[in-house]
Structures are given as structure tokens and as C-alpha cells.
Design a protein around this ligand. Structure first.
Ligand code: SF4
Length: 114
């Protein structure tokens, strides 16, 4: 069986076809596309972006993201885990907000200073 997908690793957006049994990939322009396609079939991963509450800053929500990709299946659990967080300004870009989110080894980090 084959599966078709668009590579989201870079703006080129190559159309990939993966044989789900042999994991042979076609349509990729570079090796990153092959790695992405195989990962999408085996265990999709995503960098999660969201916001958390912050007090005393220009805006009421601070943009955050995971420090690296985590299993896509944990997306909604990750967002839910951020709901109770309340920060106080100042926070600097890159500051760790929550370590080891859901035991994935990825941290939640601020993506801007506020
Ligand atoms: S296969 Fe390579 S060039 Fe094509 S979208 Fe993916 S990363 Fe970009």
C-alpha cells in the first residue's frame, strides 16, 4: 500500500509517495524529505506551538513552543497541560516554561520576551 503526503520540512512542499511496507520514498528532493516521510508512517512527530497566560506584560498571552518535536498523538494533551500555567512578566525568549512536557524530554519554551 502507498501513502501520499506533502513534505512540510521546508517551503518547497515536495509531493511524497511512501510504500507503507517497504518504506521506500519517492518524490523527495532531498534526504530530509525521505526521513520525514518514513517518520510520518512510523510515528509522526510535531513541534507544538501555543500560548500561555502572562501577567504584567504588554499582552495577556505569551507565545510558546516545544523545544523539539514530540509525538503528534500527544498534541491535545500538550495543549491541555499548558492551560493552568500563569506566568509573571518579565520572561525572556528561550526561557524554559515547563520542563519535560508529558515525559517526552522536550521543554516548553517562550518564543518571545515579554
Ligand atoms: S523533500 Fe527536501 S526539498 Fe522537498 S520539501 Fe522536503 S525538505 Fe524540502
Amino acid at each position: 500500500m502507498t501513502r501520499e503526503m506533502i513534505c512540510i520540512v521546508c517551503p518547497m512542499g515536495c509531493r511524497l509517495t511512501v510504500d507503507t511496507e517497504s518504506l521506500a520514498v519517492t518524490g523527495n528532493t532531498c534526504e530530509r524529505g525521505e526521513k520525514y516521510a518514513v517518520e510520518e508512517v512510523r510515528a509522526p512527530m510535531r513541534v507544538i506551538t501555543s500560548t500561555v497566560r502572562i501577567e504584567g506584560a504588554l499582552y495577556r498571552r505569551l507565545p510558546v513552543k516545544t523545544s523539539r518535536a514530540i509525538p503528534k498523538a500527544l498534541n491535545f494533551q500538550c495543549i491541555a497541560a499548558l492551560k493552568g500555567i500563569r506566568l509573571k512578566s518579565p520572561v525572556r525568549a528561550g526561557q524554559v516554561i515547563l520542563k519535560d512536557i508529558l515525559g517526552t524530554g522536550a521543554d516548553i519554551v517562550a518564543t518571545r520576551s515579554m
